[in-house]
Design a protein around this ligand. Structure first.
Ligand SMILES: Nc1ncnc2c1ncn2[C@@H]1O[C@H](COP(=O)(O)OP(=O)(O)O)[C@@H](O)[C@H]1O
Ligand SMILES: [Mg+2]
Length: 250
């Protein structure tokens, strides 16, 4: 089988600002691939192009074998996209199960399979026992896991996670990492955007670091650290960009 994500010179400008500038990605089936960079680096813009929500202003990208511009529908059927921001307020008055059922209908999960599939994905992320509680009573970590479950409803080939542990406490982050790992054990391909270098170090098979929309360096976490003789990906980032990662909001 070919690549799950294959992009060449993928670019997006907003006015004069090049948010993403010439990205080449080659992601194989079954990989957890990390898109790393500080806030504003261009991670979400890249993901929005790969998931067909934003047209590129230059270059090409194929996802699951289909061009994101010419065959957007084929791409959408094959990917799950878990967005960076938490769920809209409208969902808070629903239970976790009700929210997942609505999303399942939106994803065209067949009616006769819908209840069973919702039960399966809630089980997968450890929310079976909380499924009938209101989403507004969920902790931040539970809400992120519910979002993850919803991204799995239509059994995508590729799961795209935009900062899945942003703002979570240490324990919730570890839970999320376990769930992501077990998905990959079952053959899912994952594209993970994060600005937490430790997260990428723990989870990713391979990664690329981007800064100001451009690729800085890529490889396995071990290769990147060994090449510079450093212990952490934070240090790799600092050495390659000349600046430290800044923790900002937004
Ligand atoms: N719709 C938009 N209009 C104008 N500028 C945008 C838009 N979306 C993103 N940007 C800009 O593009 C750059 C990259 O943003 P983004 O992809 O969200 O970065 P990241 O996800 O890595 O934090 C930022 O400078 C951001 O302000
Ligand atoms: Mg982002």
């Amino acid at each position: 089988m070919g690549l799950i994500i294959d992009s060449e010179r993928l670019s997006r400008a907003f006015g004069d600002h090049r948010a993403v500038d010439g990205l080449a990605l080659a992601i194989a089936p079954g990989e957890i691939f990390g898109l790393l960079g500080p806030n504003g680096a261009g991670k979400t813009t890249t993901i929005r192009m790969l998931s067909t929500l934003l047209p590129p202003s230059g270059g090409t990208a194929r996802v699951c074998g289909f061009d994101v511009v010419r065959s957007a529908g084929e791409v959408r059927r094959r990917i799950g996209y878990v967005m960076q921001q938490v769920s809209p307020m409208g969902y808070y008055l629903l239970t976790g199960r009700e929210k997942a059922e609505i999303e399942a209908a939106l994803y065209h999960v067949p009616r006769r399979r819908l209840k069973a599939r919702v039960g399966e994905v809630l089980e997968l992320v450890g929310l079976s026992e909380s499924a009938d509680r209101l989403v507004q009573e969920y902790s931040g970590g539970m809400q992120k896991r519910l979002d993850l479950a919803c991204g799995l409803l239509h059994q995508p080939e590729l799961l795209i996670l935009d900062e899945p542990t942003l703002g979570l406490d240490v324990q919730s982050r570890h839970h999320m990492w376990d769930h992501i790992r077990s998905l990959c054990d079952e053959g899912m391909t994952v594209l993970l955007a994060t600005n937490y270098m430790d997260e990428a170090d723990r989870l990713c098979d391979r990664l690329t670091i981007i800064d100001h929309g451009r690729q800085v360096v890529g490889g396995t976490p071990a290769e990147l650290k060994a090449a510079l003789g450093v212990a952490t990906l934070d240090e790799v980032f600092l050495r390659h960009t000349g600046h430290a990662l800044r923790e900002e909001s937004g």
